[in-house]
Design a protein around this ligand. Structure first.
Ligand code: ATP
Ligand code: HSE
Length: 371
């Protein structure tokens, strides 16, 4: 594949990157588990004819890439490749492999179905798309574990990115790193993803912070095919940074054990067919993040406590999706009633919601070439 703007005359094949949305935590698994869902971030990457790329537009002159974007976030996402999260991540990964810039004459059409800042893993998907983009543009042939290392230098918690990369119901941990590796993995985000000035000096991009090897590890659990996901999505954004800012540094042993007990049960309970609502409802309760985030999401405790398997047949369990504000209900039926009753509770708090019935997808991210 093309890795620099030089004189290659063969046109590289176009390709499409597809990354699923994810719901992290699933109640007790804060920063540990994620589920991939059937909403997608799709990048269609097209290489201009080599003849036409000899006369690029001014945007191409500075970056080599033209970015077109439609769908969720279109009115707020930066189209400058040096500011856009996906292309910044791609450039970071390329720089770590001694490729200082994008190839010339590349256009990327982005179609995004994942709403921003709602707890459905939009940033994790953008980061994984960036890693896959660099891998393809630079012909890097990175193993998936190495891709995760790069994603973790940006996203820092593994639940969304691991599930977006490999797909399904995924459990992950960060390896305990030695001092040097900890320092390497803890560089400020601004150094990993500087807002590259196109006219930067000769040293620009020469010393990117390369991730240590094997930061993140994952396993894929089985999920019963009977289970669907109802995403109840409030019409406001809540940044993950803000939703992490309200969490305490320390927890009581009682709350820790409460979550560990439930997470252990949940990982197997979701695989059983038919799924057991009584077991799953209890196993999706949490004392580590949801109680603290209720101040940012009016209606959260009411929705999770008043929609139960007894009141709503078909419901299995209900929790905050990621950092919120979306509510995730896992269910085998009764989808509309679950969503509409959640809508009523939110509307009493003056919050409008949209809802979507989603599949749990097992495929993870993909790159497909056009032949
Ligand atoms: N497709 C995208 N392209 C560029 N930037 C994106 C894209 N998707 C998300 N982002 C950036 O990520 C931000 C949202 O990230 P944030 O971590 O706050 O929420 P989230 O990932 O949607 O939710 P959660 O992490 O709780 O699942 C957006 O405001 C935007 O800056
Ligand atoms: N585990 C993360 C997911 C959101 O990125 C959190 O809840 O903050």
């Amino acid at each position: 594949m093309i890795a620099s703007s030089s004189s290659s005359s063969a046109k590289a094949p176009d390709f499409t990157i597809r990354v699923p949305a994810t719901s992290a935590n699933i109640g007790p698994g804060f920063d540990v588990v994620g589920l991939s869902l059937s909403l997608y971030l799709t990048l269609t990457v097209h290489f201009e004819d080599p003849v036409s790329s000899s006369g690029p537009s001014s945007a191409q002159l500075s970056s080599g890439i033209t970015l077109l974007y439609e769908g969720e976030g279109a009115n707020e996402v930066p189209l400058d490749p040096y500011k856009n999260l996906t292309t910044r991540v791609a450039l970071y990964v390329l720089r770590c492999h001694d490729i200082p810039s994008f190839p010339l004459g590349v256009s990327i059409r982005v179609h995004n179905e994942i709403p921003f800042g709602r707890g459905l893993g939009s940033s994790g998907a953008a980061v994984i798309a960036g890693v896959l983009l660099a891998d393809a543009l630079g012909a890097l042939a990175l193993p998936r574990a190495r891709m995760l290392d790069f994603a973790l230098m940006v996203e820092r918690h593994p639940d969304n990115v691991a599930a977006a990369l490999v797909g399904g119901f995924v459990g992950s941990y960060l390896r305990e790193l030695d001092y040097a590796a900890t320092q390497a993995a803890s560089v400020p985000l601004a150094e990993v993803l500087p807002e590259y000035p196109p006219d930067a000096g000769p040293d620009w991009g020469r010393y990117p912070p390369v991730p240590p090897f094997g930061i993140g590890h994952w396993v894929q659990f089985t999920v019963s095919p009977a289970i669907k996901a109802v995403a109840i999505i409030p019409r406001f954004e809540l940044s993950t940074a803000k939703a992490r800012g309200v969490l305490p540094e320390l927890y009581s042993r009682k709350d820790l054990v409460f979550n560990l007990q439930r997470l252990a049960v949940l990982t197997l309970a979701l695989s059983q067919t038919p799924p057991d609502p009584e077991l799953i409802y209890e196993a999706m309760k949490d004392r580590v993040h949801q109680p603290y985030r209720k101040t940012l999401i009016p209606g959260l405790p009411e929705v999770t406590s008043s929609i139960t398997p007894e009141t709503h047949p078909g419901l299995l369990g209900i929790c905050l999706s990621g950092a919120g504000p979306t509510i995730l209900a896992l269910a085998t039926g009764g989808f509309e009633r679950i969503a509409e009753d959640a809508r009523k509770i939110f509307s009493e708090k003056n919050i409008e919601v949209d809802w979507k019935l989603l599949d749990i997808v097992t495929d993870g991210s993909s790159v497909q070439y056009t032949v």
